[in-house]
Design a protein around this ligand. Structure first.
Ligand code: NAP
Length: 605
């Protein structure tokens, strides 16, 4: 038996495997989810407002950007810095904000430190109010960036892009929208975000619920009353149920527990909850920060998640202290040590601490036991809260464990688990976002046709294929900003910022040098995909051992799924690779007015 002073590691491994088994026994992991458009399309409606009516736009632009979240904002900012004026940014929401536009549920906040999460703090001169900011403040910062970089000029809100079609002869993209707009763009940038399409559980009877139901990313304050910060007074006489216990639920359960007559939390897999420990920003400290501090702090944070551990930890929070402790254990072990075992040990110790903490907070022993996470630390998004576990001590809050099948059935009057109906007036789906359907579907049904009418869906039907996560052959002058096949940091804006700078460099060069079409070579793209897949395979064991979720394709690896992975050497190496590429000036792996462009011109003449 492998033991340390206080942990029986074999027993823990068995327990983790059993927990994972509970979730993997179904034969089709995706069948447990329902496409929101099947009977619930109204849940995609925007409850927060609609942009004023406007005439359809017909126009030539340099760059058309799909998505007005951090990706679109950073794209716009970097393009403006490069002197690009004719930019249009379209978004389905009625303002900038992206994920922070949609996610306005009570308690919504960012669990990454605001000083590195808010883009462009030095450029905008803004000091976040707190270390971990609430959603309202983040949304206001999005508007601040848009104003600072003059991005409202040209913004198309409450607008769904329907089609992007490459016209090779003209070397232009034709962009069409649901508002009748037809634009011709030299470049298109897709920044639609990884988690934007609400996902619903496939539960028998779900469409027959007679009470009120909504998804957390479309919070219905007209039903609940209140706001993200004000009490939801209309829930005082309501029995509320919430399905899901991920990072979103962890934030909105405390206000629901405070305001609802009764709250039932339906849990399949518990999240691991560590302390939040938030506080106001110290203005003196803020004033003392030297120029360039935000880049240094941001890179230092991301570097804590790589093998090349930096000597210092500037942020020192729940993310970095943990990541660092795990790597230090391995780094200081000396020759001959079993590094994998040491890493596992650090993980087991960390998760034991998280489980022990539940007992110190939750007073009912059975509830405390049910709230303990039995999996490795990065299998699911780590959560931080000083209110979530405490909420289960409220007499009006019940925790219902669903087992692997999830909620069994929904009736007109409630939700059924183990044959018992829990009566509900309101049902809230905190069931996350679609990460598995096609890129086009997740982008609101946008069709993307490249050279010869090839659709992006068709090109990627056997897995994503890109160079640097951004370019894909036969889709010239199209940039995709996403984590797929790209650098990945828990601090998403860090990598988006690097990608936006890279994109702007290429666009600026092409505009200034009259390059009509830029796309990757087949060979460069294939080599990049090989790099990504090799990295994913190297980490596969760790991912396969995890309890399922969207982090590991619901626990089912496949060659195609591996192509949706991230650059294995980490965010700092990814940024360096892009920087060195730019500095070399040779545009390696890209064709500038290459074979496809020549053929298009020949066909046109
Ligand atoms: P999520 O992490 O995908 O969680 C979905 C939840 O729904 C899980 O608890 C899942 O249980 C549960 N579920 C799904 N189908 C179910 C069924 N049929 N029956 C019972 N339970 C079911 O979604 P999320 O909480 O919205 O978070 C999504 C992501 O948003 C996070 O990972 C994070 O990246 C981001 N986020 C970030 C912040 C921030 O502070 N920056 C805050 C909130 C969210 P299982 O675990 O058993 O599948």
């Amino acid at each position: 038996m492998a033991t340390t002073d206080h942990l029986d590691l074999d027993a823990l491994r068995d327990r983790y495997a059993r927990e994972r088994e509970l979730r993997t026994a179904t034969d089709d992991s995706q069948r447990q989810y329902r496409d929101v458009e099947q009977g619930f399309a109204h849940l995609l409606d925007d409850p927060y407002g609609t942009a004023p009516p406007r005439p359809a736009v017909e126009e030539d632009v340099d760059v058309f950007v799909v998505g007005g979240g951090f990706g679109g904002l950073l794209t716009g900012a970097r393009l403006r810095e490069a002197g690009v004026q004719r930019i249009r940014i379209a978004d389905a929401g009625s303002d900038f904000g992206g994920t922070w536009y949609w996610n306005r549920y009570p308690g919504a906040a960012c669990d990454i430190e605001s000083y590195i999460y808010f883009p462009l703090l030095e450029e905008t001169g803004y000091m976040p109010v707190e270390r971990y900011s609430k959603a309202d403040e983040i949304r206001a910062h999005c508007r601040r960036i848009a104003e600072r970089y003059d991005l409202y000029r040209g913004a198309l809100f409450s607008t769904q892009v329907k089609g992007l079609e490459w016209d090779g002869a003209a070397a232009r993209w034709t962009v069409t929208t649901d508002k009748g707009d037809v634009l011709r763009a030299r470049f298109v940038v897709l920044t639609t975000g990884p988690l934007n399409r609400p996902k619903l559980p496939e539960i028998p009877g779900i469409e027959g619920f007679a009470g009120h139901a909504f998804h957390t990313s479309r919070w219905d304050y007209s039903y609940t009353g209140g706001s993200a910060t004000e009490p939801m007074t209309k829930l005082a006489d309501k029995r509320v149920g919430i399905i899901g216990t991920g990072a979103t639920s962890v934030q909105c359960v405390p206000p629901l527990a405070r305001d609802a007559k009764h709250l039932t939390v339906f849990q399949r897999t518990p999240s691991g909850i560590d302390p939040r420990d938030n506080g106001p920003t110290d203005p003196e400290w803020w004033a003392s920060l030297p120029p360039g501090w935000q880049r240094e702090r941001t890179e230092n944070f991301s570097a804590q998640f790589t093998q090349a551990l930096p000597p210092t930890d500037i942020v020192r929070d729940g993310w970095t202290v943990l990541a660092r402790a795990m790597r230090e254990k391995v780094a200081t072990a000396g020759p001959g040590a079993d590094y994998a075992a040491l890493h596992d040990l650090a993980d087991f110790e960390k998760m034991q601490g998280t489980r022990d903490r539940v007992d110190t907070i939750v007073t009912d022993p059975a509830t405390a036991e049910a709230l303990k996470p039995w999996y490795s630390v990065y299998c699911k998004r780590p959560c931080f809260s000083d209110l979530y576990l405490q909420a289960f001590n409220n007499p009006n809050v019940s925790l219902v464990e669903t087992g692997r099948a999830g909620v069994e059935a929904i009736t007109p009057t409630g939700a059924v688990v183990n044959g018992v109906e829990h009566p509900l007036d309101c049902l809230i789906f905190a069931t996350g976002f679609d990460t598995s359907s096609s890129y086009a579907k997740r982008s609101g049904g946008m069709t993307i046709s490249g050279v010869g009418g090839l659709s992006l869906n068709r090109k990627w039907e056997n897995g994503v294929s890109t160079l640097h996560g951004m370019h894909t052959r036969d889709f010239p002058n199209c940039f995709v900003l996403s984590q797929t096949q790209s650098g990945m940091s828990p601090n998403f804006p860090h990598m988006i910022s690097e990608q936006a700078a890279h994109m702007a460099h290429i666009v600026e060069y092409c505009l200034n040098n009259d390059v009509g079409a830029v796309e990757p070579t087949e060979a460069a793209e294939a080599a990049w995909v090989d790099t990504i897949v090799a990295g994913v395979i190297a980490r596969r064991k760790q991912l396969e051992d995890c309890t399922p979720g969207y982090y590991n394709n619901e626990g089912r690896g496949s060659a195609n799924a591996a192509k949706s992975g991230v650059f294995g050497a980490g965010p700092i190496e990814f940024s360096k690779l892009l920087r060195v590429w730019r500095e070399s000036g040779d545009f390696a792996g890209l064709e500038l007015d290459g074979e496809n462009a020549r053929k298009a011109k020949e066909n046109a003449s």
